[in-house]
Design a protein around this ligand. Structure first.
Ligand code: ARG
Length: 589
């Protein structure tokens, strides 16, 4: 049964075997299975039409041959799934009640789901680079998506069996330090006296420094000197830098803790500074990089756009940059972690950077015979304000993450207090935290990550539609059903008899439940968590119509048990799904 977990892959394999038995070679793509229009069946194979064409046979006769081969396939026959030929030669599959009930019985607990899902990426080692903010600044809304999307992806990958290394590539070696150190010295900055809200103070100081150095050439040169001193390892500057970083890391940590985001590897860009020389030397030696007007660049001549837009890896003044660091980091990850795959989660505006990085790595690794991992850039769009531009505060500043999170909690608190004034204060706060933070998260993840989206408190905190409150409430409602059942019934103990499924709503719900692994597969394949969100939302809706029309506690015990089982599996999938999105869930709401 294990393979049947991924019902669509299982059907695809059966189909491919049947084709082979009929003497027809096929690819996985030819035999790809998709959920079908429910009026026709549960699943269908669309690729057979094209396959028939390439085999110069009619789709109908191909479909009929396949049906004959399926009939004698041992594994297929065990499942009691029905197959039909319909229309001009589609093959449609119908899951039997027995199959659905069997499946539901198997997935009683999270562990069972996990064990089967874990086969998918078993043995694959993946470094995922996400969040990766810059130090000396507070995290703002521009840092939200990488953290949220990255966290969900790492959970999905891990759940599907990959060995994941969560890597926070902190920007701690930027040019901002020249100006900042200059200002700290000019003000004889006292870290102790300024200890409250110190990052805010540093940020203001930096801004002041930017304005001053813009207006005064001498000052700008002084700032440059401070940066060079830092890069040369000057004691005073290094210690100021260290202090700023310590403060920044602590502030990041507070946000990560509250958002339940954790890393295995936190290395700043500065960690790679001794490794860039080797990278530059190798690239120059093998001729991948060339000197151009004093700078070192990589030209991708075969590329339509990058041929005119070289990849700068060492500036004219000899300084390395973001690209150099990324090359050194890539090599480190390969040599240190022996990773099979690296995933970078950043803003869409870095697409060119990563394309050029990957092209450079390909050329470099090929010549040096290094093993190139699979490289993926998972990029995302912008969060927009009411005016349709990147979201800002009224005064035009970026919205700080800390403040956004506090506002989410206090807005959720107001809603919870209004809906449920009798709850204990502590309960209200707990619910408000889960709902508020979950709402920010879910609003982001439920969008296709490559799209921009408009941030709206009203929408993300709504109890209707594809939102966190709606899903959290659906789950809490299922929990409350189990609190009412007498005698107390453990959710996972509800085993369904191999009886018939009663109503159309029961059947619709059972069929949707079976698709959980399919949704997981979609999310993993494109690294797009919104597929999972859409699934969970549809599941909750189907559950809701089941719940509204089918009495759970029926006079007939077998009916009650079966319906309770459907409730419990829905609860399991919702809980597991929300957890994979990084969300906390509630027993009561
Ligand atoms: N610190 C960078 C930024 O804020 C993101 C780093 C992403 N990771 C990387 N390896 N380049 O834009």
């Amino acid at each position: 049964m294990s393979k049947v977990f991924h019902i669509t892959s299982f059907l695809g394999e059966c189909l491919q075997r049947a084709l082979a038995t009929s003497g027809i070679e096929s690819t996985e793509r030819d035999a790809r299975i998709q959920p079908s229009d429910p009026r026709l069946g549960d699943f269908q194979a669309n690729g057979l039409m094209a396959l028939a064409k390439s085999q110069k046979t009619s789709p109908l006769s191909l479909a009929e041959q396949v049906m004959c081969s399926l009939e004698v396939d041992e594994e297929w026959r065990k499942t009691e799934i029905k197959a039909f030929v319909s229309g001009p030669g589609f093959i449609t599959f119908q899951l039997s009640d027995a199959f659905l009930l069997h499946w539901l019985n198997r997935y009683k607990k999270e562990e069972c789901l996990k064990r089967d899902a874990g086969q998918r990426l078993l043995g694959r080692k993946v470094v995922i680079d996400y969040s990766s903010p810059n130090t000396a600044k507070q995290m703002h809304v521009g840092h939200l998506r990488s953290m949220i999307i990255g966290e969900s992806l790492q959970r999905l990958l891990r759940f599907c069996g990959a060995e994941v290394i969560r890597d926070n590539h902190i920007g701690d070696w930027g040019t901002q330090f020249g100006i900042l150190i200059l200002m700290l010295k000019r003000h004889s900055f006292d870290f102790e006296k300024n200890s409250s809200d110190i990052l805010k103070t540093l940020e203001a100081l930096y801004k002041e420094g930017v304005a001053l150095t813009k207006a005064d050439e001498n000052l700008l040169n002084e700032a440059r000197r401070e940066l060079v001193l830092l890069q040369q390892g000057d004691r005073t500057n290094m210690s100021l830098w260290q202090r700023i970083n310590d403060i920044s890391y602590r502030a990041f940590e507070e946000i990560y803790d509250e958002m339940d985001v954790h890393f295995d590897c936190v290395l700043g860009e500065s960690f790679y500074r001794d490794q860039v020389d080797r990278v530059l030397r190798e690239l120059e030696e093998i001729g991948v990089a060339e000197v151009s007007e004093g700078a070192l660049v990589v030209r991708h001549r075969e590329h339509s756009r990058f041929c005119e837009q070289p990849f700068l890896i060492r500036k004219k003044d000899g300084a390395s940059n973001y690209a150099t660091t990324d090359l050194a980091t890539l090599l480190y990850r390969v040599e240190h972690f022996h990773t099979d795959e690296i995933i970078y989660v950043t803003d869409g505006r870095q697409q060119d950077h990563f394309q050029q990085l990957f092209l450079t790595a390909e050329a470099w690794f090929a010549q040096k015979n290094y093993v190139l991992p699979i490289l993926k850039h998972v990029w995302f769009g912008t969060i927009l304000g009411k005016d349709g531009k990147a979201i800002k505060t009224r005064s035009g500043e970026p919205v700080h993450l800390r403040e956004l999170m506090e506002e989410a909690k206090s807005r959720a608190y107001a809603i919870v207090s209004e809906k449920n004034p009798h709850l204990l204060e502590e309960e209200k706060r707990q619910i408000a935290r889960v709902v508020g933070l979950g709402a920010i998260r879910y609003a982001d993840l439920s969008q296709n990550r490559t799209h921009d989206y408009a941030f709206s408190w009203g929408k993300l905190l709504s109890f209707e539609g594809n939102t966190a409150p709606y899903l959290l409430y659906a789950l809490a409602r299922i929990r409350s059903i189990f609190r009412k059942v007498a005698p107390p019934l453990r959710e996972e103990s509800t085993t369904v008899d191999m009886a018939m499924i009663g109503t159309a709503e029961e059947r619709a719900l059972a069929k949707k439940l079976v698709l959980f692994p399919y949704a997981l597969g979609q999310a993993i394949e494109d690294l797009c968590p919104h597929f999972l969100c859409t699934y969970l939302y549809e599941l909750a809706e189907i559950f809701s119509s089941f719940y509204n029309t089918n009495r759970i506690l029926d006079e007939e015990k077998t009916v009650t048990v079966r319906r309770l089982a459907l409730c419990s599996r829905t609860g399991l999938m919702l809980k597991q799904g929300l957890t994979l999105l990084g969300m906390e869930t509630l027993e009561k709401m």
